[in-house]
Design a protein around this ligand. Sequence first.
Ligand code: DGY
Length: 321
Amino acid sequence: MTKPFVFVTRRIADEVIQSLEEDYEVEVYDSDEVPVPRDVLEEKARQADALLTMLTDSIDEALLDQASNLKVIANLAVGYDNIDVSAAQNRGIVVTNTPDVLTDTTADLTFGLLLATARRIPEATQYIENNQWQAWSPYMLAGADVHHKTLGIIGMGSIGEAVAKRATGFDMTVLYHNRSRKEEAEEALGVNYRSFDDVIEQSDFVVCMTPLTKETEDMFNMNIFKQMKSSAIFINSSRGGVVNEDDLYEALKSKELYAAGLDVFKNEPIQSDHPLLELDNVVALPHIGSSSYETRTEMMWLTAQNIIAVLNGNKAKTPVN
Ligand code: DGY
């Protein structure tokens, strides 16, 4: 009997591949950085029982139409906007993601980005590297305080809660808006539920944690930036598609908004000529929210566990459909 075929769209930890190889025929697209080309992905999807995918792989209806053998798509990310989940659902294909294991790591990065943006840390590093530090001066590279300020979280999932927890250590007041109230988090962390407008208008830091959906696409636009305080700092570590980047650029350039810290962009990877990178008040990172060795490895194990569960006829550990 032939073994089920698992196609992995990027190089991942050897030990995870080896564990899959115990029961399956496994093929890995042998690249660390470059995404699998579409024609290769289509060819492999036609044969695969399982796909282990990255957020850079577009798993759309056209691809699923060819994947007659496919039973599970295990995405190495908590977000799954790269997958047409309802098309997969209609074909009886299980889609899984990697929640929880990356919560603290992504919250660390989000809070780090907030600190780096407020206190201008990358600019300060650059200052020394460029030999600009000729004398100490009272307002040299002065930034904005973080402690005792108001943090507004839009999208209070588990990563939002973990960001709020970090903010409490900085004596911040935390406001949040979410589709549903999080009473346990309110009690445990002292966070306060507010309307979307109140969070936007009253916060010194607005942290976007909403997933990208049809409803949230471009939701942070000029109208919203204008509602924010002109001293506000906008942080995004969810998905670039929730932000209208032209409007963000205008808002930052015209000082409608003080600064932005961005780990995600509409079209990734961005190039160094991206307009947002011209601005001194932008700190940009290359989508590294969950990127620690420990967490990325745990995410890989979770994708493998999901594949094994589904191919054995069991319920996936972390299905999204
Ligand atoms: C995710 O898991 O969705 C993150 O964006 C990856 O870092």
